[in-house]
Design a protein around this ligand. Structure first.
Ligand code: TMP
Length: 208
């Protein structure tokens, strides 16, 4: 049985993750592979409960370290109970966010040291890293403008411009450091142009 491939999709709010994940999944399915989509924080019943707390509890300040550890607690459930079993069964996995989100939001956004985050990542999921990460990128104003149209913002969506600016810059630094894993896609272009890029990236991975 050939192991499935693991793809994560990253980006700040409002960059069009859902639409582009749909495009990506269709490309992989058309090539004849079974695909499982999951998301973080979340992806299993236990991890979805952690997500609910992380996104919506607003009655008490959340220490940055608690936020980081809860993200990784949820990730541990998803990796052990969903992602690795699927990959081992030959299924491809497309994950809406993974550890690069913790690096960008808890590292870049909240200011936690990257070495700490990477140490926790190593502890929680060892070598289980995506084969490919698609970073959807757009200036913060554009992302916030699109995301701002959603009603009832969660705890992260309530953050301000400079927070997302730090998150975006951190994402771009991570991508520059790991060009063999991370592909950056400019989502300020038309949906069709972005779709063509996603399909080309999927084709490249499919032919590896
Ligand atoms: P979303 O999946 O709807 O984009 O929302 C998830 C939110 O959680 C988003 O604002 C990013 C944030 N997040 C982190 O801060 N760290 C993480 O490790 C993950 C997976 C998400």
């Amino acid at each position: 049985m050939q192991r499935g491939k693991f793809v994560s999709v990253e980006g700040i709010e409002g960059v069009g993750k859902s639409t582009n994940i749909d495009v990506l999944v269709r490309c992989i399915e058309q090539a004849g592979h079974k695909v499982l989509t999951t998301r973080e924080p979340g992806g299993t019943p236990f991890a979805e409960d952690i997500r609910e707390i992380l996104m919506n509890r607003a009655d008490e300040p959340v220490p940055e370290i608690a936020e980081l550890l809860l993200m990784f607690a949820a990730r541990s459930f998803n990796v052990n109970n969903v992602i690795v079993p699927a990959l081992e069964a030959g299924t491809w996995v497309v994950c809406d966010r993974f550890t690069d989100s913790s690096r960008a939001y808890q590292g870049g956004g909240r200011g936690l040291p990257m070495e700490t985050i990477d140490r926790v990542a190593d502890w929680v999921h060892g070598d289980t890293w995506p084969d490919l990460t698609i970073l959807l990128d757009a200036p913060v104003e554009i992302g916030m403008d699109r995301a701002g149209k959603r009603s009832d913002p969660d705890r992260f969506e309530q953050e301000r411009h400079d927070f997302f600016q730090r998150v975006r810059e951190c994402y771009l630094r991570i991508a520059a450091n790991e060009p063999e894993r991370i592909v950056v896609i400019d989502t300020t272009r038309s949906l069709d142009e972005v779709r063509v890029d996603i399909a080309a990236i999927a084709q490249q991975l499919l032919s590896n």
